[in-house]
Design a protein around this ligand. Sequence first.
Ligand code: WT7
Length: 656
Amino acid sequence: MSQSTIESILQEERLFSPSTEFSQTAHIKSLEDYQRLYQQAKADPEKFWAELAEQELHWFQKWDTVLDWQPPFGKWFVNGKLNISYNCLDRHLTTWRKNKAAIIWEGEPGDSRTITYAQLHREVCQFANVLKQLGVKKGDRVGVYMPMVPEAAIAMLACARIGAPHSVIFGGFSAEALRDRLIDAEAKVVITADGGWRKDAIVPLKPQIDKALANGAVPSVQNVVVVKRTAQDIHMEPGRDNWWHDLQQQASPDCPAEPMDSEDMLFILYTSGSTGKPKGVVHTTGGYNLYSHITTKWIFDLQDTDVYWCTADVGWITGHSYIVYGPLSNGATTLMYEGAPRKSNPGCFWDVVEKYGVTIFYTAPTAIRAFIKMGDHLPKARNLSSLRLLGSVGEPINPEAWMWYHKVIGGERCPIVDTWWQTETGGVMITPLPGATQTKPGSATFPFPGIIADVVNLDGDTVGENEGGYLVVRHPWPGMLRTVYGNPERFRTTYWEHIPPKDGKYLYFAGDGARKDNDGYFWIMGRVDDVLNISGHRLGTMEVESALVSHPAVAEAAVVGKPDEIKGEEIVAFIILEGNCQPSEELSKELKKHVTQEIGAIARPSEIRFSDALPKTRSGKIMRRILRSLAAGEEVSGDTSTLEDKSVLDKLRGEG
Ligand code: WT7
């Protein structure tokens, strides 16, 4: 975050209250309601979660223990049996929702589909049978590498229905990144499409699958199922690849939901950390179902008439919890949009809001800042009066962007929920409740009931008011990750031992810096580890560095974030070349392309700086703080006494 943003946040005193009209019909109607729930949950968390689990979900068999906590390993609703696809589909069919729109889908070229709960149920059952025919059994992992089409949600729900954990891999990841994830998850089947539409062009997906699977690189994969979306020519490998529509047509629509154990794995989702390869975050059935359900209901204040639109991609946790599982479990209408604002129609988002009468709109600060730049005339030319609630997620929202969102999109009548959470948390953790909370632009406000969040120092002690510290959670919650797939040690050390446990008390370490103000509002300050946030997407500096050094010309690489007006951060890479390689514009381009190939376009450095040394401590650790200042064009301030070779600084500044 830039200095000016931090200053404006420190001075932020504006308070925005929900209208009486909004509060009256809201699930949580007042601050007192919120505080009562919060206190109840704090006093007896197990009772609080058990009552909700009972009220809000369908169980084939009730649990016998609410929480089994063997820190840092937790089990929720032990021995309970349920199926999240049943909770998202079957249970609505016996109500008036049977013919309600479950998914409204709008494709970028302007095609659209509306799928009712009954139709979605049928499609999911058929595809679940397709998976069974392909030999997928309970516990087998299924890769999903899809554009934003309804089949992505159908595939996820079909996996859940038969108990096969899915691992959705964002369609913007390269073949290399895709291969790594499929290998780690040992996927048996991969669901994909020929391509998808984005910014007036086709993103080819199937060729990436072919490249990832070439030469038996992922031996676990036996079959690929391909949705026809863009209809360009693609290769179909005989004996391995099948068209979705061929298999789906022949499949029976009869497939009862498998009773899953509450702690059976529901999905793996890969996310970046500060060290090593991306981690497979594991979520399980019961706790995740409850947590994604109740956070969607209360935070987005879902009512039966809402048309709810979350603009994320299903390849990220936001898509899992707040496009697919949370809204469908609540019987809501969830809108899926395939494309992105683009040259041919920069106002496409507002067209979608107007066309479908969207009432709840959830997007990221990076998108909001891009909208601001595109100009007020775009939203102002559309009728946005259907909107009643706005949401933000992915990074801290700067107060200027918040105010614009409030005025220009929300017409000063819509509450804004700034939701802080992570892939690991399964659902939103710190957020306003829109009918109850007075908001301050830039603050995620208060913890969700049942979440005991705090700001602490490295000893785990609470820091003072307005003092910066580390954001932690002090008590387990149903949506928490259960482990890192295949690596419980990494789970333990990354999240639970970063702040050493005291007297058997474990703190969940989020990796974010935060402070609490005089009124108890949380202000999230961004990552405190070597994780970048590029347009709300998480990337480890080490991942990008490994990609760079895998290029033969690169001897050493150090990657830092540089503040960017739209993306929040952009990537600057400092490169030391191998012996006889010379810096050039060509090589710079080639290295950017190389990173795109190794990881994906989101990891592409916006700047490459060649250097003959990097600032290091005497123990050899790269001093990123210095590189960050250099990248941002700021004076290198603070202590440089640990820097081994001081002349490096002058060289990097170009003065040496
Ligand atoms: C990181 C998690 C789960 C949401 C999508 C990203 C940052 C997320 C906020 C917010 C400030 C935020 C944090 C967090 N973040 N939401 N409202 N205010 N920061 O999920 O890829 O797991 O990234 O995103 O730094 O640790 P993710």
